[in-house]
Design a protein around this ligand. Structure first.
Ligand code: 5CA
Ligand code: ZN
Length: 409
């Protein structure tokens, strides 16, 4: 699949700092010092509805990661998937009488437009589950041949007991895992499984559902976790820097994915850091396609909201916080954007070298975007109150805000 166009990232004077980031697996903050090419995998959308503010907030967090790395003069190798075949997509298409491929294609097009408008940097590899199937099948065969997967009425399950590190991403107890598994696509109640938590790797073809040639597995379609593992290993290899997604992916998705990869390769860990964004709520509940309490990025754009204001609204919350979308959040962002634009449109201003370092310091410390905004706010207030005579300052502030925060002033 093709991704979306990249907006240019201005180079800043000097060099940024290495990223310190909270890692779910070690339950602490670690300093990542990637080589010249930093590697990141971020779980993509299941395209059965438009991009909502919750999605955008999660992708914003990982966009900041890349901007921090680029500022350290590294290259970034970024991979993202599209879960373009899965139960929720098929169910939605069936419910609405649409062709599932057309639904997936339409929503993926819209997602690309939203990401472009929000100035999110595109992945180098943007891979659909369907196009990944030829790479998934041999992985499932290998797991089965190694005794880490088993057949149940034609479906193939991964045995969580085959990974000595299983549980090391989420640190949940068995009961919590069972509940989350049932809630998030698993089938802990299915009789015949070796362990109720075992996730499906390959689902045998069901009548009326799409299916693909699975070689020795028979016709069917891939499970959700192995999809991301196959794409990540194919394009990044083991030991990449960050596996990213929202906190609703900690279990089972990222736990299972790590186990699949570790059993397949015999290496540990799959990713140096497992990074999770908090959940955005609307009217007191997590914004979710299944609940339908959504604010769409595309709807805001259509109603005339500047995407830069949406981006500032996302940035005004720490990525790890759970937060609530309200009209006031957006109004504050619109007002902030206007102030910032007024401040940088003056011909000269207060020297801004210290501000560049403050923004760098804030973002490298576990992506503290609210602290970065506060630093810019301070410069802006002084600038609007009178400013100085440094002709290069307004341009430097614009470039800093663009390069590190993805906001075009
Ligand atoms: N296709 C899978 C990942 S492989 C998936 O979870 N798709 S999704 O469309 O449901 O979500 C896409 C991304 O948005 C995931 O990282 C998910 O954790 C994140 N996300 C979903 N809802 C919210 C929310 N309310 N707030 C923050 N992030 C969210
Ligand atoms: Zn994923």
């Amino acid at each position: 699949m093709h991704a979306w166009p990249a907006s240019e990232v201005p180079a800043l004077p000097g060099k940024g700092r290495d990223l310190k980031i909270h890692d779910t697996a070690t339950q602490g903050t670690i300093t990542l010092a990637p080589g010249p090419v930093a590697r990141i995998y971020v779980c993509g959308i299941t395209p059965y509805d438009a991009t909502h503010i919750g999605h955008a907030a999660t992708y914003n967090a990982f966009d900041l990661v890349q901007r921090v790395w680029l500022d350290t003069k590294r290259q970034v190798h970024y991979v993202q998937n599209v879960t373009d075949v899965d139960d929720p997509l098929l169910e939605r298409a069936q419910r609405d009488g649409h062709d599932w491929t057309e639904l997936a294609e339409r929503e993926t097009v819209l997602f690309r437009e939203d990401m472009t408008a929000l100035r999110m940097l595109p992945p180098q590899h943007y891979i659909g589950a369907v196009e990944a199937i030829p790479g998934i099948v041999p992985l499932v065969e290998r797991l089965r041949d190694a005794g880490a997967a088993y057949d149940l009425d034609g479906d193939v399950y991964f045995s969580v007991e085959s990974d000595p590190h299983f549980g090391g991403v989420s640190h949940l107890d068995a009961e919590a895992m069972r509940l989350l598994s049932a809630e998030r696509g698993g089938d802990p109640e299915r009789p015949g499984k070796k362990n109720p938590l075992d996730p499906m790797l390959w689902m045998a073809a069901r009548p009326g559902e799409p299916s693909w040639d699975g070689g020795s597995l028979g016709r069917g379609r891939p499970g959700w976790h192995i999809e991301c593992v196959a794409i990540a290993l194919d394009h990044l290899g083991m030991g990449f820097d960050i596996q990213g997604g929202g906190s609703d992916l900690v279990f089972p998705h990222h736990e299972m994915g790590a186990s699949h990869a570790q059993v397949l390769t015999g290496e540990f860990p799959m990713a140096k850091a497992y990074v999770h964004a908090g959940m955005v709520a609307l009217h007191g509940e997590k914004m979710s396609k299944s609940r339908g309490n959504l604010v769409f990025v595309s709807a805001l754009r259509r109603s005339g909201v500047d995407p830069a204001a949406i981006r500032l609204a996302l940035l005004s919350h720490h990525y790890r916080a759970d937060w609530e979308w309200t009209d006031a959040v957006l109004e504050d962002a619109v007002a902030r954007l206007a102030r910032w634009r007024a401040a940088v449109s003056r011909p000269d201003g207060l020297p801004a070298d210290a501000l560049v370092e403050e923004v760098r310091a804030a973002l490298s410390a576990d992506l503290d975007a609210p602290a970065a905004l506060a630093a810019v706010d301070r410069w802006v207030e002084l600038q609007l109150a009178g400013g100085g005579d440094d002709e290069s300052a307004p341009g430097l502030v614009s470039r800093t805000v663009d390069a590190l925060l993805g906001v075009a002033l």
